[in-house]
Write a protein that binds this ligand. Sequence first.
Ligand SMILES: Cc1cc2nc3c(=O)[nH]c(=O)nc-3n(C[C@H](O)[C@H](O)[C@H](O)COP(=O)(O)OP(=O)(O)OC[C@H]3O[C@@H](n4cnc5c(N)ncnc54)[C@H](O)[C@@H]3O)c2cc1C
Length: 411
Amino acid sequence: MSMATSELAAHHDLDAFGDHVRAWLAERLDRHLPADGTHNHSDEERSYAIFHNRTEDEERELLDRGRAWQAERVDAGVGAITWAPEWGGPGLTASHERIYVELEGQFRAPDRHENILVTVELIAPTIHLLGTEEQKKRFVPTFLRTDELCCQLFSEPGAGSDLASLSTRAVRTDTGWRITGQKVWTSGAQFSEWGLLIARSDTEAPKHRGMTAFLVPMDAPGVEVRPIRQMSGGSTFNEVFLSDVELPDSLRLGEVGDGWNVTLTTLGFERSSSGGIVSAGGNAADLIALAKQLEIADDPLVRQTLADVVIHERATATFNARYAERELAGHVPGVEGSIAKLVWTQNLKQIGDAAAKFLGPRILADTGAPNTYAWTEHVLGAPGYRIAGGSDEIQRNIIGERGLGLPRDSR
Ligand SMILES: Cc1cc2nc3c(=O)[nH]c(=O)nc-3n(C[C@H](O)[C@H](O)[C@H](O)COP(=O)(O)OP(=O)(O)OC[C@H]3O[C@@H](n4cnc5c(N)ncnc54)[C@H](O)[C@@H]3O)c2cc1C
């Protein structure tokens, strides 16, 4: 545990922790908001992009800044707040983490790139839960600091919502495993050193039992990454082709045939993380600022929409908080993550719809007025998160079946 981390661990008192974090952030970053919390950035050109339209070099630069910030945060004890000292964290609570996220939101912090979120929020905890001691030591600290990045090699052209239909094959060899197949929609594959892959290792077993998980070095012979162009302009995700990729058995994560459990564990972390930590696109404060800028904030229907957006934002935060507390108490990720993700994605859509309605034709053509046409990128990006990490419909199925005990969806 570093000096800074041990000092921080002494701040169990939430107010003292908040003061410490505020001072630490203020030493390093400019503020978004005035210190009194009032929000007024109407003169400041903002980005409301959910997925960015950047070249590969620009994307890499952004990612490098995000990685450096994540490493600095971990070293100061605020990048892996709930993690125990042996993994580089101060071992504080989900409440401390919430306070940190809220305070950092008041500053201009480097972007939390999706690739960083996947590595830190999804893959590191999955390996921590299911990896061997050797794998945990090798991967958890480096993924938490983002010294190396890991992408998620799950979806295939014929397997998305019904992921258990995947057909990428893992065949035993004398020295380990040979992997052959194709993955798709792999976010950040072009920037990642590693990929968490699910493959079919047994074609005879029932489909949920015949899969095994592996950690794949993305520079291994036979791995080919091809970027996909998105409708918002950028290329954040990719096709990944695996042609006779040789892996040692030491890179298998979990037992042979236990790949479905690995998948569900990662997806459980994904549902909770996407609902809370991702701050992509415009939020309630931005929409309120827009209504004020357009001088429509006294319209009763506009006010009703703004209130609804704020309620959804608070509900997402509450479900995330409940999820985080349950997880820290040792429960497996559950239905709260699905509810949080659904409430969050519904709100992303609601915010985009409201911005388009407020702006009218100004969302279709750039008039040069600040913070107007920029909302286009929110509107174009919002459908992405309603699909990624399990679509809205799949979240509803999970809530219905596991939360409400309704009869199972026919599969
Ligand atoms: C921005 C983005 C990033 C992504 N990043 C990654 C990544 O890094 N790694 C990765 O592996 N994958 C990634 N994905 C892929 C994502 O996980 C899949 O797109 C998702 O699981 C849906 O699968 P699909 O696209 O094959 O759609 P399908 O499963 O074919 O679904 C099509 C439609 O049918 C509906 N549907 C399907 N089954 C049911 C059902 N049982 N009940 C009701 N409705 C149903 C769906 O809701 C959807 O509307 C990403 C996707 C997006 C959009």
